[in-house]
Write a protein that binds this ligand. Structure first.
Ligand SMILES: [Zn+2]
Ligand SMILES: [Zn+2]
Length: 388
């Protein structure tokens, strides 16, 4: 439990607010109701509010004292296209849209931080509250950066956190350097000719070529990447063929590639192309590879990561240095490409068999709302110290 007893009076209303967001989830770039609610809240607190930043993004600015230093705090607002299976009284009222990643909790914790800091103001400088759209795959963070987030709202550092069900409530973890992976999309088509399955000598076999390709691609991480580096390549869909006596003319594959290092990423992309070209020649098929780069890796500034962990400790949480990064991806990475900062996992696990993020039964743990506010508050009070 965090040490901020002075936020206790804020918590009952924030639990209600979190459940209101949960009842009314919205998909990426469609967070109109959520953004309007956020903007109203921030205006009521007396912040300068700008809406429509990078689509449905909202930025609130809180100033105090005379320092020109500024710290940014970021939350994401979007939900997922999942049919909710929690059975909760505050379950989604929009069928097929669900806060299955806890962004309802993130939005609430950042609004709670704004409520707390607007009344205590124990800092000297500017706090920039960033509510971003479309974290789930659509790059709302990138949209805000391209809409001039850092030029319009200059800041020295930027911080974010994500609720983390693998860590028990009351703990927090981060680490310097790469913390979340780059996520790239792989789409491959293998084209033969199609023909009778009893006469395989008359048609290039797209099924066999695709099978060889799957096996060969899964050797790339172990054979082409330095053993001390890390990457994941997974072929996750394969489709082709309709019946037992026909060799299909085409087989399609999709997959994902996760990396932390641009050199490893480039090596894997180039290796996928060369292996595909080789198997195409060997099997007399045509193999087309589309490799799309997605979110870049989330790379924590080492000093900011240290400060964030320290802030979590000062806030009374069990602050741990993470031992390994996650191969999940996060579009806060775009903000970290332009501004030093750090990203932290906020423990929220209640039981050992807590459903994971993106599971239809997942629900943000309201007990950690105060923990998130405490971490953000201590970051602001530490980095914009009024006593400096
Ligand atoms: Zn998610
Ligand atoms: Zn998320």
């Amino acid at each position: 439990m965090n040490k901020l007893v002075e936020i206790k009076d804020l918590l009952p209303a924030l639990v209600e607010l979190r459940r209101d967001f949960h009842r009314h989830p919205e998909l990426g770039f469609k967070e109109h109701r959520t953004a309007a609610r956020v903007a109203d809240e921030l205006r009521a607190l007396g912040l300068e509010v700008t809406t429509g930043v990078g689509g449905t993004g909202v930025v609130g600015v809180l100033r105090n004292g005379s320092s020109d230093r500024a710290v940014g705090l970021r939350a994401d607002m979007d939900a997922l296209p999942i049919v909710e299976a929690t059975g909760l009284p505050y379950a989604s009222q929009t069928p097929g849209v669900f806060h299955g990643c806890g962004h309802d909790g993130h939005t609430t914790m950042l609004l709670g931080t704004a409520r707390h800091l607007a009344r205590t103001k124990r800092f000297d400088g500017t706090v920039i509250f960033i509510f971003q759209p479309a974290e789930e795959g659509l790059g709302g963070g990138k949209a805000m950066v391209e809409d001039g987030l850092f030029e319009r709202f200059p800041m020295n550092e930027v911080y974010a956190l994500h609720n983390w069900p693998d860590l028990p409530a009351g703990t927090a973890a981060t680490m310097p350097g790469p913390f979340m992976a780059a996520a790239d999309v792989l789409e491959i088509s293998v084209k033969g000719k199609g023909g009778h399955a009893a006469m395989p000598h008359e048609t290039p076999d797209a099924i066999l070529a695709a099978s060889q390709l799957v096996a060969a691609l899964h050797t790339l991480v172990s054979r082409r990447i330095h053993p001390a580096d890390s990457a994941v390549l997974s072929i996750s869909t394969i489709s082709g063929g309709m019946t037992n006596n026909v060799l299909p003319g085409r087989v399609d594959l999709t997959g994902t590639v996760r990396t932390f290092d641009p050199a490893v990423q480039a090596r894997i992309e180039q290796s996928i192309r060369s292996v595909a070209a080789g198997i195409g020649i060997a099997t007399e098929t045509t193999i087309d590879v589309e490799y799309r780069r997605g979110y870049p890796p989330t790379v924590n500034d080492p000093t900011c990561a240290e400060w964030m962990l320290e802030a979590a400790g000062v806030a009374g949480l069990k602050a741990e240095l993470a031992t390994k990064p996650s191969f999940g991806a996060e579009d806060f990475s775009y903000l970290l490409e332009h501004c030093p900062g750090a990203y932290l996992w906020l423990g929220q696990g209640r039981t050992d068999d807590e459903p994971p993020l993106h599971h239809a039964s997942y629900d943000f743990n309201d007990d950690v709302i105060g923990d998130g506010i405490a971490v953000f508050t201590k970051i602001v009070e530490g980095r914009l110290s009024a006593s400096d």
